[in-house]
Design a protein around this ligand. Sequence first.
Ligand code: SOE
Length: 394
Amino acid sequence: MADDAGRTVRVAMVGYAFMGAAHSQGWRNAHRFFDLPATPELTVLCGRTADATEAAARKLGWADWATDWRDVVERDDVDVVDICTPGDTHRDIALAALAAGKHVLCEKPLANTVVEAEEMAAAARSAEERGVRSMVGFSYRCTPALALARDLVAAGRLGRIHHVRAEYLQDWIVDPQFPLVWRLQKDKAGSGALGDIGAHVVDLAHFLTGERLTGVSGTLERFVDERPLPDGGATGGLGAGGGTGTGPVTVDDAAAFFGRNEGGALATFVATRFATGRKNAMRIELNGSDGSLAFDFERLNELQVYDGTVPAADAGFRRILATEPDHPYAGAWWPPGHGLGYEHTFVNEIADFVRAVVDGRAPTPSFDDGLYVQRVLDAVERSSDASSTWTAIS
Ligand code: SOE
């Protein structure tokens, strides 16, 4: 951490595609909207190829650029390493950064396997003892309406939770001609819709209820087995195309699973990239003995709440516009009713991270929270492969 006078947090970010762009605007803006104890500095951006990384550094506002993350994590002018790469590099970068005494923000899912996630969580716990902090980037927790939902559940407003129903619906690969990008390759991404977007709803179910799943049963599906290679080989981003030849899709296109929470609630999940017409419809509904709440990220400033304790004639779902100064994060932004977008969840997330790092607190969600999600993903995969109907989560 920089000296008290400067009170800066000097950041190195590895990766600069979709998440790199989302995080960069978060690092640029967090101290301009939140009163933070230190000012983030976009010190160095790290990527695989020099020309593309230099261009990305200029575009995204980074002071320097590099192509070897092993050097970057050792730099004396770096306090934080932000990992925005595909999952196959999360473990190596995080372990090296933590060992070098750097605080780490790592995109979700934490890793590609439970073994990697266990190593990362153990390293994070050890680093915590040296005052080195770490967090996994489940950014949707920083949506005001979802943070409000968590507060309502924690205050007991829903009573005992009986049902959690969560789904994350996208449709960007319904076209079989969409190219074989890295998110469709197991060795890069670890899994498909299950880990990429299913991880978000598994984490949200935990975040909102404060309870973890004790077991799951589920199935995975792949609708398209072969896709055109992207231009420049099978590694392109969300939209790279134009390659020659085809390659095998090695991950799931969709996942459906259910489980039981520690508190007894029945939880059901769907994560799919084949929900034609649904672009980023991340939805969750909780039903309790005293009420319910419902959220849809396509209407992310709103929370639907049902109070079951009022007379039936007066009861009904009401819409809360989570844009009041008293709503989580909302007070740092615009006047009531003006609303936030997807990018603001990353600014909110980075503000939380900077505050925790400078104040000497363990940020949440922790690598242990990320490990829990990894165990659920793994249990769903084993459940899908096995003939058994139930897979316990260790
Ligand atoms: C998948 O398309 C994706 O980019 C996820 O990887 C992100 O985590 C999610 O925020 C948006 O959709």
